[in-house]
Write a protein that binds this ligand. Structure first.
Ligand code: GLU
Length: 486
């Protein structure tokens, strides 16, 4: 299959765009076909500086590599419509020659008047055909001096029928379709013309895109017919919805791939997550690598109904990926995240220690911070409550005594286990009152990795220092409180 992803550069890669790109990519790889990236940048009024670069970079990050495109600087470049204007112009001329399109000289004021009149008299909105019947030679002469657009001639009656791979049989009454502009007054083609011409010349035989493009498809099919070209197949993907089933919007959360990247989501998790937006594998499996997706994906299992974007699930998946990727892979990604966020270094031991508690890479600094800090800092109110609790003093005293007796013999999980049992036996303190003081003394927090593992990485000296420091902070607080009461 020859397929394409044809985004207009709006400034970022939308997650809906990523899903479109992914489904195209999967079919191209599954069928040993081609996945083409085509930048649809013919709308000069919507140009955004740096948008194309951002888009390509986001796509590169997701790992969906594209084929073909002109070779520049030794690598593939996507196709840019703005570099193919000549091709579109020739095809516009051909349509005019064959009476399938015509010059339109209507001013924007006139079009506005027509529209207002249509609204006032409750008529169907659209171009009223004013220039459609100007004699061809006269129109060609006027076009040399007057500003114009070129419109396509839509037949006045009949139905346009086609089959969509996802939505089945579709039929549009032609008399409800507007004489669509194909060439704008700035000389640039509209989406419709450029899209069809390119799909034909790039040999695209399957068009997969979002449902919002469905109403454009009958116009495209007419253009194929006017040019005498073979039709591709069409598949329109269901809309993406917010939890409240409204159309997915920026207002209710992030929609840009870049945003998820910045939040510490892994590309594999995002790709896996968007794969399940509208497609179901037929069983209850949820975790799919890209290779597995290539093997399992099929358009037959894409639903018509809108797909709800469940952000909780994305975070859950990301946690799964963080824990399941290869150890070195995890370490590398964690380190480059920390470097990018100017956090500084963390040892492999520490990175592995916090791995199980991460949901995203962005959680790293929070989890590592207390473990790395040179001095113990207790600011959390929950942790302070533990520190001030009556039993905490004797627990810390005994922990210090036991570690002192331990001498230089290294401490590990097993040692911590027996230490806690000993403290429990001698003081009668148990459960939360027993464990929490040690945890707070080690990290300043009430949640975190397993105590034994922290102790093992800290070693005897740091362990002892932390216990002592916690005791100091505790006594200082007690003194201050007594002072306050006097
Ligand atoms: N340029 C359109 C977009 O921004 C392409 C739609 C299509 O795939 O035909 O999504």
């Amino acid at each position: 299959m020859r397929v394409r992803f044809a985004p207009s550069p709006t400034g970022y890669l939308h997650v809906g765009g990523l899903r479109t790109a992914l489904f195209n990519y999967l079919l191209a790889r599954q069928t040993n076909g081609a996945f083409i990236l085509r930048i649809e940048d013919t709308d000069q009024s919507r140009k955004v500086e740096g948008a194309v670069q951002a888009l390509i970079e986001s796509l590169r990050w997701t790992g969906l590599d594209y084929d073909e495109g002109p070779d520049k600087n030794g690598g593939h470049e996507p196709y840019f419509q703005s570099e193919r204007l000549e091709l579109y112009r020739r095809h516009i001329d051909q349509l005019i020659q064959n009476d399938h399109a015509y010059y339109c000289f209507c001013s924007s004021e006139r079009l506005e008047e027509v529209r207002n009149h249509q609204i006032a008299t409750k008529q169907q909105a659209g171009y009223d055909g004013h220039c459609r019947y100007i004699a061809k030679t006269e129109a060609a002469t006027r076009a040399r001096n007057e500003p114009f657009v070129v419109r396509m001639k839509i037949p006045e009656s009949g139905e346009l029928k086609f089959e969509d791979r996802i939505r089945g049989k579709i039929s549009y009454p032609l008399n409800q379709m507007d004489d669509q502009v194909l060439l704008k007054s700035d000389g640039f083609p509209t989406y419709h013309l450029a899209n069809v011409v390119d799909d034909h010349f790039m040999g695209v035989n399957m068009v997969i895109r979002g449902e919002e493009w469905l109403p454009s498809t009958p116009k495209h099919i007419l253009l194929y017919q006017y040019f005498g070209w073979d039709l591709p197949e069409f598949a329109h993907l269901p809309l993406l919805l917010n939890e409240d089933r409204s159309k997915l919007s920026k207002r209710q959360g992030d929609v840009a791939v870049e945003d998820y990247r910045a939040k510490g989501i892994l590309p594999e998790a995002l790709v896996n997550f968007v794969a399940l937006l509208g497609w179901n594998p037929g069983d209850d499996r949820e975790i799919f690598s890209l290779d597995e997706l290539i093997r399992t994906f099929s358009l037959e299992r894409v639903n018509k109904a809108g797909a709800v974007f469940n952000i909780e699930k994305l975070y859950w998946m990301n946690g799964q990926y963080l824990r399941s990727i290869e150890v070195n892979d995890y370490l590398n990604r964690a380190k480059s995240w920390l470097a990018d966020s100017n956090f500084g270094d963390a040892s492999d031991d520490l990175l592995l220690l916090v791995r199980d508690s991460l949901t995203t890479l962005a959680d790293l600094p929070n989890h590592l911070g207390p473990l790395i800090a040179g001095v113990l800092d207790i600011t959390d109110s929950d942790a302070i409550q533990i520190l001030d609790a009556p039993a905490t003093g004797s627990v810390l005293d005994m922990a210090i005594e036991i570690i002192n007796n331990r001498g230089d013999s290294p401490i590990d999980s097993e040692f911590i286990g027996s230490m806690m049992k000993q403290i429990q036996n001698q003081t009668g303190v148990r459960g939360k009152n027993l464990w929490m003081p040690v945890r707070v003394a080690l990290t300043g927090k009430i949640h975190g990795p397993e105590l034994g593992k922290i102790a093992e990485i800290y070693g005897n000296d740091k362990f002892r220092q932390r216990m002592q420091k916690a005791k100091e902070i505790r006594s200082r607080r007690a003194n201050n409180n007594r002072g306050g009461r006097r």
